[in-house]
Design a protein. Structure first.
Length: 493
């Protein structure tokens, strides 16, 4: 615990929904719900206008539609969210070298380490300046919490929502926490909260009064001791600048259970390609391939295979995922599939071979008997570099690259959506040869309705086309930052 509130927690307000409202001018001030749009889809986030109807994250999308029938339900556009997140995180790193991202829209900052604040006044000024800079750079709002510990800073930012700032003065922690629900504390989920409720403990104050011994008896030593300290407002965790990724994965829940074995294999191959795209985009390779299968009865099976060395080769990942699928019974139907890669590294096995070969050449060696450990048999297992394998460098923009002959990951998010047969999903970006950029409002009976507008413009016009209109194509999201040059305003053609 610090004597000054110099730990800052930033939480962007309804981040996904706010980005959608900023990039789609016609949705500003209206209810926006972002998530899966199928019968089994869930809400990722909802704008504050939608929350007034009771919509919240993790709610089934079908229920959200019933509660907010006039809300705009959109698919997520993660490439745009990552772009905006990068801008926000760069602003945080201007404050301090110690920035601990928790997600795309949330992070801790150690203001003391950056030398920008050593007392309450300096911390408040830094927080207000940050909020103004984020607004200027992205047009979005974020809530800021300031306190002497990470836990309290996070509590403060939650209390400050939306678009506010709350500073907790050291010494006032217990008074502030006492009336709050026990679910406010990190580590208290639905199960623990219900267990405490049955014991008559519903507030943080009651939790502190129960005492450490009683909490240890109720929920175990490790959890009980930590929870008691948090109830007292004690949290000594430092801000950690780097949080290394442990895995990269993708998964899809299907509207209707899959029974066709060929279709299941095809979906696994597609997920493997998407996973490799994310892997390369993060600059990693991985050694262990993981397959996740959730069957019709909600039973979930996980299978894994560890390779000889780390790879980002789409062919290798696809083959490993296919082998894992062979050992899974899918006869009753599959509702969810996922492919992941763990054991991450910042090099590939092919890189090791190249390094070893260079070393041997420098020594005047290089015979077959001098190959590095683990290299035996590698030639017959990996795709050649020209086939789109790991030996090919990823594009500078971080996209997975193109290897059409071998079915590698699509080059852009728009192509991935088109390949999956979801071109005209509400919220997706499109471009018309005449009318320019726009986004899908809806589609059906052979028609697609598009609103033509862009970030920073006035609300655009709506037009309807045939779904096979040759002048309409999927596109990538327009950036929230800067204007697109050389194009006339949407709807003026």
């Amino acid at each position: 615990m610090r004597a000054a509130p110099t730990i800052l927690h930033l939480d962007m307000d309804a981040f996904y929904a706010s980005v959608e409202q900023a990039s789609k001018p016609s949705l500003r001030g209206k209810a926006v719900i972002v998530g899966g749009l199928g019968p089994r889809g869930v809400v990722a986030t909802a704008s504050y206008e939608a929350r007034r109807f009771g919509v919240h994250s993790a709610m089934p999308m079908a229920q959200a539609r019933r509660l907010c029938p006039n809300g705009a339900c959109l698919v997520p556009r993660f490439s745009l969210y990552r772009e905006v997140s990068d801008i926000v995180m760069a602003l945080l790193r201007e404050l301090s070298p110690l920035v601990e991202p928790l997600s795309l829209d949330e992070a801790f900052v150690d203001l003391e380490a950056g030398g920008v604040a050593f007392d309450a006044r300096g911390a408040r000024e830094a927080g207000e300046r940050l909020r103004a800079d984020i607004r200027a750079a992205t047009s979005l709002s974020g809530s800021v919490g300031l306190a002497g510990s990470k836990m309290l800073a996070k509590v403060a930012s939650e209390e400050a929502k939306p678009a506010g700032l709350l500073l907790i003065e050291p010494g006032t922690e217990r008074e502030l926490l006492a009336p709050m629900s026990v679910r406010t504390l990190p580590g208290v989920g639905p199960a623990t909260g219900e267990h405490l409720r049955r014991a008559g403990i519903t507030t943080v104050g009651a939790l502190a009064e129960a005492g450490e011994d009683e909490l240890v008896r109720m929920i175990g030593r490790s959890h009980g001791v930590g929870l008691y300290r948090m109830a007292l407002g004690v949290d000594d965790r430092p801000v950690v600048a780097e949080r290394d990724a442990k895995s990269v994965s993708v998964e899809d829940t299907f509207d209707v259970d899959l029974h066709d074995r060929v279709r299941i294999r095809t979906e696994v191959q597609r997920l493997a390609d998407r996973c490799v795209g994310r892997l390369r985009g993060s600059g990693h390779s991985g050694r262990t391939i993981v397959l996740k299968v959730r069957r019709f009865d909600f039973s979930t099976l996980t299978r894994s295979e560890t390779l000889r060395g780390p790879t980002d080769d789409p062919g290798v990942v696809r083959e490993a995922a296919a082998r894992l699928l062979e050992g899974v019974d899918t006869m009753g139907g599959v509702r969810l599939l996922g492919v992941g890669v763990t054991g991450l590294a910042d090099y590939t096995q092919e890189d090791l071979f190249a390094q070893a070969a260079a070393t041997l050449a420098a020594r005047g060696a290089g015979g077959p008997g001098d190959a590095p450990d683990g290299a035996e048999g590698a030639e017959g297992e990996a795709e050649p570099a020209e086939s789109g394998g790991a030996a090919r460098a990823a594009p500078a923009d971080g996209s997975p690259g193109r290897a059409a002959e071998h079915g590698a990951a699509p080059e852009t998010e728009a192509e991935a959506e088109a390949a999956a047969g979801r071109r005209w999903t509400p919220g997706n970006d499109v471009r018309h040869a005449v009318h320019g950029p726009g986004w899908v409002q809806g589609s059906g009976v052979g028609r697609v309705t598009v609103r033509f507008e862009r970030p920073g413009s006035a609300p655009g016009r709506v037009r309807t086309f045939r779904v096979d209109d040759p002048e309409l194509e999927a596109a990538d999201p327009l950036s929230l930052v800067g204007e697109v040059e050389g194009e006339e305003e949407p709807g003026t053609a």
